[in-house]
Ligand binder design. Sequence first.
Ligand code: RUB
Length: 347
Amino acid sequence: MEDGVVKMIDQRLLPHRFRILETKTHVETAQAIKDMAVRGAGAIGVTAAYAMAQAALQYRGRDLQEFMRFMEDAAEVVRNTRPTAVNLFHAVDRVLQAVRRGLTVEECRNLAVEEAERIADEDAEASRRIGELGSQLIQDGYRILTHCNAGALAFVDYGTALSPIRVAHRQGKRVFVYVDETRPRCQGSRLTAWELLQEGIPHAVIVDNAAGLLMMRGEIDMVIVGADRIAVNGDVANKIGTYEKAVLAKENSVPFYVAAPTTTIDPSCPSGDRIPIEERSPLEVLTAWGMDEEGVVRRVRLAPEGSEAFNPAFDVTPAKYITAIITEKGIIRQPLGENIPATLKKI
Ligand code: RUB
């Protein structure tokens, strides 16, 4: 954020166009989250924090009570964007708590901006740590499956699931990444592939249904995915399709890792069935979007006019399918239902 303006890469346009989107108010920033110009649990958490900081800067009066009401209203606008990733709710609550410590509106404004910056810095540090710890699990020659995008675009700096891969690659280990395309919005083929290309990490995009064949043939050594919310018992909500990859991994004895900061663990959520699952527009399923041979970016229809679609954006992987969760505080292994609460106590 610079002078109250939040700047973000417009992820809807990648990999075909690189554009920085600028939002001037918390309402515009909330809309950018809702429209998925910015997406990924960590990235929407930090953006939500900056939206709250923008709200604090936007308030022009001097009345502390009126300011707090303005901030509570802004918090509602930001919370009503996307329901599944808990990082967004944590970030909004943290900025609200920070401003409550202020004695004047001016002080509150500064506290809001400082807290948003602190969240961004903490996330950057967490992604670095996740990379360091997770890279120890990657051996030379590993073929790794990813789902959706949990890289720098989805988080701050290194990302979550891609962070251990980046670090392993920089350490000189030979890695090959199979990138699930991740229909309907194709965060894998559009964003993960783009990030890997920037880093020169060898990879191939596969259709979402190919992972079973590769695992059965023994061509995948590990799976690493991100997370949008982790329940205290270890159930993990992540992009739709994650659950089936985890079941396939267990069936084929492939280790299945989740990489996420501890802020993705929701201490108020005992199990995965309590996690709200976002449903998005049927149009995302009925159509596809991309660049044609003339270089024009357009949306095309795939299904017949008149067909309906159902578009749940996330699913929940039960804890029993997960080998371990790579966090910035350490690698949490099974039994997750015991080790997650123990980790939370240390925070
Ligand atoms: C993103 C998604 C990512 C997690 C991990 O979904 O499921 O795997 O958010 O994110 P969407 P992070 O594209 O619908 O937001 O790496 O930020 O923790």
